[in-house]
Design a protein around this ligand. Structure first.
Ligand SMILES: O=C(O)CCC(=O)C(=O)O
Ligand SMILES: [Fe+2]
Length: 489
């Protein structure tokens, strides 16, 4: 069945787009775009590319850069020829072994065999985390309002030791990745983790993307709404997937140096048209936070239905559901609530320091979006008084004990990162802050933005709410903050 292509993804020169335009046209509207001209100065675009012949402009990826810099790395690779459950089969190997397999690979696709040869694609490599001193790229301004990675730089998503026993492992670490693989490697149809946004930059090579708007996602599922299509190029049974013929796709060819923005909930399939190396981040912020929450609610229902028959014999059914949700989706309601509570507190601390700045507009928008999501959490069984009595003290303290959070270094780091992020989106204010810091004015609280030696913003916040015992308290706190900041000058 031929695929219906509705059009091409819009291409825009990123240098002529303002941040406000990017917010309005793409993040808020949840529409994809290809941005050009934003990667020319990246170190990776020089170091990761090998000019094989100086007289002819033939280039290849510089694989020896990786074999020498990353000789001790262990990486996850996908075998593009083998399906396992709803994804490609994953293997673990050393980076030099992967590079060797790539160099030896001559994939002509014609080899008749029952067991197709393996065809390896290195995915989800936490390159920045592993090599923090090598500056491969700078995240373009458009993608800097990234709550997920900002939070994970100081905190972990899970506290329960039974959910994430190896908290320091790179796979709990962040959502900043490098992908690389030979021509023909590909990624099956999917929507991204947490229904986050993603951006993906081609450092070298070329990719072909097919994207489907979220309004058509239901057409990709079978009659029971359970299993979904693996590859749009498979021979798809009309009996099993009756909606598929109605789908209309957007396509694009992403050239070397281009960055694609993939909005929340858009299913996509991706093919490397040449040997390709790319960098990508998954992230969310105030513009797509509700997508993350909706996915958690949807996946929670599935996790619950799956074990419904043992409800009556289970002592603590809710925590079983939450444990399964964390295992399947990557976080559960408590992880998410801790995350938004701490992100909100960091925003509140900074808001009280710069109430009349442009930064305050970002911070207030963040609080409004967190408040909207938190109010939807109130009615969830997970937050009933009874269920909150049974959750681990690690989880409960992490959102309820504000005084303790204010003492923690990792919370101070979060405040600093939040402030720096919004400060960098507002260069005017930037200069003011820098000169205050240069003057070495004494600080009264832990905010890096604090210049008063008698400042008690943390005390003020503690005065608004002594303890956050659930989503209702968070909603109320934000209501009070938004009321009181109107009067601050
Ligand atoms: O480049 C790929 O193979 C997949 C990338 C992707 O799915 C993404 O950036 O969301
Ligand atoms: Fe993706």
């Amino acid at each position: 069945m031929a695929l219906k292509i509705g059009g091409e993804i819009e291409r825009v020169d990123g240098r002529s787009l303002t941040y406000e335009q990017f917010i309005d046209r793409y993040m808020k509207a949840n529409l994809p775009v290809v941005l050009t001209g934003l990667t020319d100065t990246w170190q990776s675009r020089t170091d990761w590319v090998q000019k094989s012949n100086p007289t002819v402009t033939i280039t290849k990826p510089n694989l020896s850069f990786f074999s020498s810099l990353c000789s001790t790395s262990t990486v996850q690779v996908a075998d593009c020829n083998k399906k396992e459950y709803s994804d490609q089969k994953r293997l673990e190997m050393t980076l030099p072994d992967f590079i060797r397999s790539w160099s030896q690979h001559s994939h002509d696709g014609s080899k008749p065999s029952d067991e197709p040869e393996s065809f390896l694609y290195l995915k989800d490599w936490h390159f920045v985390k592993e090599y923090p001193n090598y500056c491969a790229y700078t995240t373009p301004t458009f993608f800097k309002d990234d709550w997920l990675n900002i939070y994970l730089d100081s905190h972990t998503l899970h506290r329960d030791s039974d959910i994430c026993p190896h908290q320091n492992e790179a796979n709990c670490a962040d959502y900043r990745f490098v992908y690389m693989g030979p021509k023909g490697t590909w990624t099956p149809l999917h929507a991204d983790v947490f229904r986050s946004y993603s951006w993906s930059a081609n450092v070298f090579g070329k990719k072909y993307w097919l994207l489907l708007p979220p309004s058509q996602s239901h057409l990709l599922f079978d009659r029971n709404g359970k299993s979904s299509i693996y590859s749009i190029y498979d021979d798809i049974s009309e009996m099993q997937f009756p909606g598929f013929k109605k789908t209309v796709w957007l396509e694009c060819t992403q050239e070397s140096g281009d960055i694609i923005f993939v909005p929340s909930g858009w299913y996509h399939q991706v093919h490397n048209l040449e040997d390709t190396i790319s960098i990508n981040h998954n992230w969310f912020n105030g513009y797509n936070l509700s997508w993350v929450w909706s996915l958690l609610v949807e996946d929670y229902k599935i996790a619950k239905e799956y074990i419904e028959d043992i409800r009556n014999i289970s002592d603590d059914f809710e925590s079983l559901c939450q444990r399964n949700l964390a295992a399947n989706t990557g976080m559960n309601f408590y992880d998410f609530f801790i995350f938004i509570t701490r992100y909100a507190l960091a925003n509140i601390i900074e808001l009280y320091h710069v109430p009349n700045s442009k930064i305050a507009i970002h911070l207030l928008h963040n609080l409004t979006s967190i408040q909207a999501v938190a109010s939807e959490m109130i009615s969830q069984e997970a937050f009933s008084v009874q269920n909150l009595r049974t959750i681990s003290s690690e989880n409960y303290d992490a959102f309820s004990d504000i005084a303790k959070a204010f003492e923690e270094n990792k919370f101070h780091e979060l405040c600093e990162a939040v402030f720096k992020t919004y400060n960098s989106l507002d260069s005017e204010h930037n200069d003011g802050i820098r000169s205050e810091m240069r003057n070495g004015i004494k600080k009264g609280c832990f905010s890096i933005n604090c210049s008063k030696d008698d400042c008690d913003v943390p005390g003020l916040v503690k005065g608004l709410v002594s303890k956050i015992s659930g989503p209702q308290d968070l909603v109320d706190l934000m209501g009070r903050v938004m009321e009181s900041t109107i009067h601050i000058s």
